[in-house]
Design a protein around this ligand. Structure first.
Ligand SMILES: NC(=O)c1ccc[n+]([C@@H]2O[C@H](COP(=O)([O-])OP(=O)(O)OC[C@H]3O[C@@H](n4cnc5c(N)ncnc54)[C@H](O)[C@@H]3O)[C@@H](O)[C@H]2O)c1
Length: 312
């Protein structure tokens, strides 16, 4: 029997890639999202793939609606990605806490009631649980003093997962992506590199608002990892995503290889992100197996190709 996989935040960048991974497995995705922006699904999924996606308009902060959706669609796995990113949490911390903290509690609470059918939760934490004071590479045990309110909400999610395992036997895998890049990554504090790729595909330059060294995670590989994790939650694992370490100069160079016509027209600020440059990242592959992913040059090239398809 096919799995029926609920993807919260399915209209977002990672949500759309998770939906694609579910379809590639031959399973049935059910998206749960409060929004109505379908442009990422249109960019990432074929028309035929979109027809195989069931979309439910729903708010993660509403416990009853979420539980009803799990039952009405006979959901057997849960990938929880719905959240407000750094700028949105900064602009409205109350809503940020409702969506990120309460929303995640709701996911665990509804799954707790249905453990006979759903093996646990795969959910998105973030490298933002770390602050600039944490060592690099940052220990996989987690952050101590997040530099953003968003990071505080993600740290709360990790605590929520730990206690739902300790007190209610709800297993989970939380994944902490760092800078996600690739088709669909069009909003959030670290979306600059992908926006530069979109500009390059149009033959235009772009000014990226940060610099320094970070880890770059290709969105299709991250979406795949969440779906695989949803099949095998065990304990309360939280793991960093094993991305590619790169300086911003290397990111720009990778874009320029794929789009030589814009060489010299992508600029960036020197200021690094308020997170450690590198993260230890062993636990995810230990938990769910190898995660093949492209080099930065390959990922940038594929992304620019897809954006060029839009402008063709
Ligand atoms: N993009 C990154 O670099 C990155 C890095 C680390 C962690 N993450 C985490 O990964 C997850 C997915 O990120 P993304 O880049 O796809 O984000 P995104 O902003 O592209 O998508 C988030 C989606 O959540 C939905 N959403 C917001 N509030 C909701 C609510 N109340 N109910 C239901 N849906 C709601 C939005 O409509 C949107 O479609 C998030 O939890 C994010 O915090 C992302």
């Amino acid at each position: 029997m096919n799995e029926r996989v609920l993807v919260t935040g399915a209209l977002g960048c990672l949500g759309a890639w998770a939906v694609k991974a579910v379809l590639e497995d031959g399973d049935e995705p059910v998206g749960y999202d409060v929004g109505d922006a379908t442009h990422r699904l249109e960019l990432i999924l074929s028309r035929e793939e979109r027809e195989r996606l069931t979309l439910v308009r729903g708010d993660i902060t509403e416990l009853e609606a979420l539980g009803r959706t799990l039952d009405e669609h006979g959901i057997t796995r849960v990938v929880h990605l719905a959240a407000l990113q750094v700028p949105f949490c900064r602009a409205d911390p109350v809503l940020g806490a409702q969506v990120n903290v309460l929303g995640t509690v709701n996911v665990f609470e509804t799954v707790k009631e249905r453990l006979d059918r759903i093996p646990g939760v795969a959910y998105a934490s973030s490298a933002a649980v770390y602050g600039p004071g944490d060592p690099s590479p940052a220990p996989e045990s987690g952050g101590t003093a997040p530099a953003t309110f968003y990071g505080v909400t993600k740290q709360a999610n990790e605590g929520t997962a730990r206690l739902y395992w300790a007190e209610s036997d709800v297993p989970s895998i939380g994944i902490r992506p760092y800078v996600v890049y690739g088709p669909g990554r069009d909003q959030g504090m670290t979306s600059g590199p992908t926006q530069a790729m979109a500009a390059a595909a149009r033959g235009e330059g772009f000014a990226i608002s940060y610099g320094g060294v970070a880890q770059y995670d290709y969105a299709p590989a991250v979406g795949r990892a969440f779906v695989t994790a949803s099949t095998a939650p065990a304990g309360a694992v939280v793991a960093n995503f094993p991305g590619v370490r790169a300086s911003m100069a290397e990111v720009v160079a990778a874009i320029e290889v794929a789009a030589p016509e814009i060489a010299g027209r992508i600029t960036f600020e020197e200021a690094p992100l308020p997170f450690p440059a590198e993260l230890q990242a062993r636990a995810l592959e230990e938990a769910i197996g190898p995660l093949p992913q492209p080099s930065l040059a390959e990922g940038s090239g594929e992304t620019i190709e897809r954006f060029r398809g839009l402008t063709a």
